[in-house]
Design a protein around this ligand. Structure first.
Ligand SMILES: NC(=O)C1=CN([C@@H]2O[C@H](COP(=O)(O)OP(=O)(O)OC[C@H]3O[C@@H](n4cnc5c(N)ncnc54)[C@H](O)[C@@H]3O)[C@@H](O)[C@H]2O)C=CC1
Ligand SMILES: O=C(CO)COP(=O)(O)O
Ligand SMILES: [Zn+2]
Length: 354
């Protein structure tokens, strides 16, 4: 982990970011570039093993890199412990997360605990965790966002990602668009609480969301070019977080709302989908152009209502009421919390609930 005490600034960024069709077959070249050869340990998911985990394993095996592989079922501390123990037992020298958000988070935290390099090989572009220095892990009935080492490399095969259900890509767009309200919240905290603020991180984060908002019609199912746009934006958001040294540029009140939903209505919707809907409502609270956010998500085909999220209205209202308690140290437009009347007003006016 990077030391952050004192005045010094230490930004951890991936060294290699490889994006394009069939780049999964560049995995050996990336390992070579990082001077990592024998001793790869692959953490993959149940579905994603067949889609990409086995491909990476066979490729490295053919090259004589003697990889190991494990299937992680959930992003839990138990799975992290299993990965740590197996990787230690097989004298692994580096870890690879091959799959969606959960496999990547398990591999990322295990690599940090083992003090080993980590390579991220996403099979879906569903959120910026594919490149971030955080891991969201369930422990003792609660999900926690833990600071970890950033990936040394990200290998995003746009053919594989185009084959993932479109819903995952649309969710990635929700996570990117949420940068708008995250930055507005950060600016507010800077003005009201004198919280440290990075102009560069904020500008990069805002610009990333802006590029997507300017042409939402470019995001379509099964289009390699759409995947490329979203992956680059997710990488850019990850870089903004690395510059800031926190998730502030990409996680504000809309993420707190999403984290609250994860506790109240777990497993119903994807992280990026919830963040997109949260952004509509938080933009309303900021007095900004929430209709534009909603319209953009609609064009992309991401959910904009409770019904589309598959979440009952009562959980939306409850999440709005408790969101400010999720991370009390992170000041946002939610301040000390909404009243029940204000929560209902924002959810109804923005047509998130009807
Ligand atoms: N570390 C971080 O900074 C962040 C972590 N997260 C965490 O990530 C997790 C959610 O990740 P998601 O990727 O949204 O969901 P997920 O990991 O649950 O994956 C969703 C589904 O997509 C499937 N899938 C993935 N790629 C596929 C492909 N190419 N073809 C067919 N199916 C495919 C998976 O098998 C899985 O069933 C949560 O635990 C969340 O808290 C969320 C945001 C940021
Ligand atoms: O999802 C994230 C950024 O998009 C990470 O944010 P958190 O710090 O809220 O987990
Ligand atoms: Zn997010």
């Amino acid at each position: 982990m990077i030391p952050t005490k004192g005045k010094k600034k230490w930004m951890q960024l991936p060294r290699d970011v490889v994006v394009g069709p069939d780049v999964i077959y560049d995995v050996k070249d990336v390992c070579d570039d990082l001077k990592l050869r024998e001793g790869a340990f692959i953490v993959t998911g149940q579905n994603t093993k067949k889609i990409a985990g086995d491909v990476v394993f066979d490729h490295l095996d053919d090259c004589g890199y003697e990889p190991g592989i494990i299937v992680s079922k959930e992003a839990s501390m138990d799975d992290v412990k299993k990965v740590v123990s197996e990787a230690e037992g097989s004298n692994s020298r580096y870890l690879m997360g091959v799959g969606s958000g959960k496999s990547i988070d398990v591999a990322k935290l295990a690599a940090t605990q083992l003090d080993l390099p980590f390579i991220s090989v996403p099979t879906a572009a569903s959120h910026d965790g594919i490149v971030s220095s955080r891991a969201s892990i369930h422990d003792k009935g609660k999900k926690t966002s833990i600071e970890v080492n950033a990936p040394m490399a990200v290998i995003a095969d746009t053919n594989i990602i185009s084959g993932a259900p479109y819903r995952l890509l649309a969710a990635g767009c929700g996570d990117i668009i949420s940068n708008y309200t995250a930055v507005l919240d950060w600016e507010l905290a800077h003005r009201l609480r004198n919280e440290p603020f990075s102009e560069y991180a904020a500008a990069l984060s805002r610009m990333t969301a802006q590029i997507l908002m300017d042409s939402p019609e470019a995001i379509k199912p099964e289009l390699e070019s759409s995947v490329r746009i979203v992956v680059k934006a997710l990488v850019s958001s990850g870089v903004a977080m690395s510059i800031a040294g926190s998730s502030r540029p990409a996680s504000g009140s809309e993420h707190m709302f999403s984290h609250a939903l994860d506790m109240l209505a777990p497993g119903s919707a994807l992280h990026g989908e919830q963040c997109g809907v949260g952004t509509i409502m938080m933009m309303y609270l900021h007095g900004g152009d929430w209709k534009k956010i909603k319209e953009c998500l609609e064009i992309i085909g991401a959910p904009t209502t409770a019904e589309e999220l598959g979440i009952e209205d009562k959980y939306i209202l409850e999440a709005l009421l408790v969101a400010h308690e999720i991370r009390p140290e992170r000041y946002t437009v939610l301040g000390a919390g909404l009243t029940p009347e204000a929560a209902e007003k924002v959810a109804r006016l923005t047509k998130v609930i009807s």
